[in-house]
Design a protein around this ligand. Structure first.
Ligand code: TYD
Ligand code: MG
Length: 452
């Protein structure tokens, strides 16, 4: 008698498993995230046990030797990993298709003086060779394996004994112990756990490349984020050369770092001086541009905010922002209207962070406000002026963190003025800097200081 196949339901967002279909996930509350999969019966539990020789130890007998790290050839990559690749760690690199994940990891593998096992379930060995030729680096120690079965992978792993493993991509792996097709949540969960076991038992770092769905989550649920030690996201606008590698989670370092790369005809090149790179090249001064002194993780970075304010051509004014939260922009516009008397209600406002960068540093507020005011009045702001402060609902200019680092970066790059909150100015030793530090208290003050 044929047995009826049972289904299980997963939440795409949090990985919650349920025997019944649901519209709203009972665990995380998201709507429409239910996916149906065949129930999986794990096979042959016994023969999958790996001998790991791990025994319980009293905590005082555990040596707390510094985590050992492999230093990768790119400073930007080391930065997002918290100072190098920790032995035995499992690192997920997520990103949209075509953004450059395979290129980044292949390039890294090729430049490293270590034995690397690059497992590809997506491309043939020839395709990978072509890519390697394109980036033009030769390395005898990088082995390419096109295999998707985790049991076979383990076998090759034991033969090769690599120092680093790269899996491209986790969605193509399949474990023979689970009865589901590659890419399903059950498979992703299982194969990631198996790769984690390899990483931990052999103290070999493993990179997992993961695709991101259109809504920005890593295909295969949050579960994956729980299993891995570090989650990096590779992002950027395909039409720009910039690629940003951002830390989302890191058990071995700060989770707010970012590294910048540039994609060109011969692969990725790292960008060590982002500020100089991100400030747009312009000869004459135009209105609507202000430069913000932001912090991305531990690194100060100067980025350009551009605003265009014009009279609405049609009834309803349009508001749109690229690289900045639109709701935050609307709030800032409302503050300008209500607290400083600028009539922006009937104006179209477009905002853009130059270079395809996305930032949620509150210190951008002041430069957004300055750019909007500049465009509205059609008076350019001197391009040696920069801004770093948050704007509150009553129009007050609020302090931000790490103000000295921001000022120092602007100073280093030759800026002449920086506007900050008066609350940040207290106790600040401004004599150390050449740059003129101008404390302001309200958006009204800012407008007066800038445009008289
Ligand atoms: P790829 O690494 O295949 O992306 P992913 O693995 O994230 O899907 O990158 C593919 C894109 O990068 C492709 O559009 C071509 C571009 N590219 C370059 O511009 N220069 C290069 O040297 C390489 C290798 C790729
Ligand atoms: Mg790829």
């Amino acid at each position: 008698m044929a047995t009826k196949e049972k289904s299980v339901f997963f939440c795409k967002s949090c990985g919650n498993e349920s025997p019944k279909w649901f519209g709203k996930c009972p665990a995380c509350g998201e709507w429409n995230t239910c996916v149906e999969e065949k129930e999986v019966k794990s096979k042959k539990q016994e023969d999958r046990r790996q001998n790991t020789d791990v025994i319980p130890l009293p905590i005082k007998e555990i040596t707390n030797a510094e985590e050992q790290r492999i230093v990768l050839p790119y400073a930007e990559f080391n930065r997002v990993l918290g100072g190098g690749l920790v032995l035995g760690s499992l690192v997920l690199v997520g990103g949209e298709p075509g953004i450059g994940k395979s290129t980044l990891l292949l390039q890294t593998a090729l430049q490293l003086n270590k034995k690397v096992l690059y497992i590809s379930g997506e491309e043939s060995q020839t395709q990978i060779k072509m890519r390697a030729d394109r980036v033009g680096i030769k390395n005898e120690n990088c082995l390419i394996l096109t295999e998707t079965d985790t049991k076979e992978i383990l076998k090759h792993f034991k033969d090769v004994q690599p120092d680093i493993v790269i899996v491209d991509s986790i969605q193509t792996l399949s474990s023979p112990y689970v009865d589901a097709t590659a890419g399903t949540i059950s498979q992703i969960r299982e194969t990631a756990a198996e790769m984690n076991k390899i990483a931990k038992s052999y103290q070999v770092p493993v990179f997992l490349i993961g695709h991101i769905t259109k809504d920005g989550s890593i295909a295969g649920p949050k579960i994956l984020e729980h299993i891995v030690d570090t989650v990096l996201q590779f992002e950027g606008d395909r039409h720009y050369g910039f690629r940003i590698l951002r830390t989302i989670k890191n058990r071995f370092g700060s989770a707010s770092e970012l590294g910048i790369f540039e994609m060109n005809a011969t692969g990725l090149r790292e960008v060590n001086n982002p500020s100089e790179f991100l400030l747009s090249q312009r000869d004459e001064e135009v209105s609507g541009i202000a430069i913000a002194a932001t912090m991305e993780g531990q690194r100060p970075m100067l980025i350009e905010t551009q605003a265009l304010v014009s009279t609405a051509a049609y009834g309803t004014p349009q508001r749109s922002a690229t690289g900045f939260d639109t709701r935050r922009m609307n709030m800032l516009l409302a503050v300008l209207e209500k607290r400083a008397g600028f009539k922006l209600g009937m104006k179209d406002v477009f905002l853009n962070i130059a270079g395809g960068i996305r930032s949620d540093d509150p210190a951008l507020d002041l430069s957004v406000v300055a750019a909007v005011l500049s465009s509205n009045a059609d008076i350019p702001i001197d391009n040696r002026t920069t801004f770093a402060a948050e704007v509150g609902l009553s129009g007050e200019i609020r302090a931000v963190t790490r103000i000295e680092a921001r000022i120092a970066e602007a100073d280093k790059l030759g800026f002449e003025k920086i506007f900050i909150s008066k609350y940040n100015a207290k106790g600040l030793d401004t004599k150390r800097f050449h740059i003129e530090v101008i404390p302001v208290a309200t958006v009204y003050d800012l407008a007066t200081e800038l445009f008289g």
